[in-house]
Design a protein around this ligand. Structure first.
Ligand code: ZN
Length: 157
């Protein structure tokens, strides 16, 4: 695998991650998968109204890459909206701006984006146990379909 791919920085993960048109029989329903960073691109550009340059900086990617992610997101949303497809938001190459960890002994701490990318934590900084897990975004309403997104960060999605 070598070095990790580029991790995009994401500040926000939507609570609702599945959208489904009415009136389409389940058997005929097609699904589109929107990655978390595509959703973030839509949020920064469409909701916060930032310039592409600024969006790219916020996500720690080049403007060209941002443009591609945004274009892909828009294309998928247009397809879903106009063809009556469901949208599922999940996966992608991203790290949260801040990720909270907890160890088996109950210590909690925050790990910033830059640290997550360069040297993700392996031990609790307080008691040094390797028994640690990321608490978020795997909170209520996220990942409840339980398809085995193990601990250790969202990297294998
Ligand atoms: Zn600890």
């Amino acid at each position: 695998m070598g070095r990790q791919p580029l991790w995009r920085r994401v500040d926000f993960i939507p609570q609702i991650t599945y959208f489904k048109p009415t009136g389409v029989p389940l058997a005929n329903l097609q699904e589109i998968r929107l990655s978390v960073e595509e959703a973030e691109a839509i949020r920064l550009k469409g909701l916060e109204g930032l310039e592409q340059e600024e969006c790219a900086q916020r996500m720690n990617i080049s403007r060209t890459t941002f443009s591609r992610v945004l274009g892909s997101a828009r294309q998928k949303m247009a397809d879903a909206l106009l063809s009556g497809k469901a949208i599922r938001i999940e996966g992608g190459n991203f790290e949260m701006a801040v990720r909270r960890f907890r160890c088996n002994n109950g210590h909690e701490w925050d790990v910033p984006f830059e640290t997550m990318i360069n040297s993700p934590p392996r031990f609790c900084p307080t008691c040094n146990t390797p028994g640690i897990m990321a608490l978020w975004p795997w909170g209520p309403g996220w990942g409840r379909d339980g398809r085995g997104r193990g601990h250790g960060g969202g990297r294998r999605w």
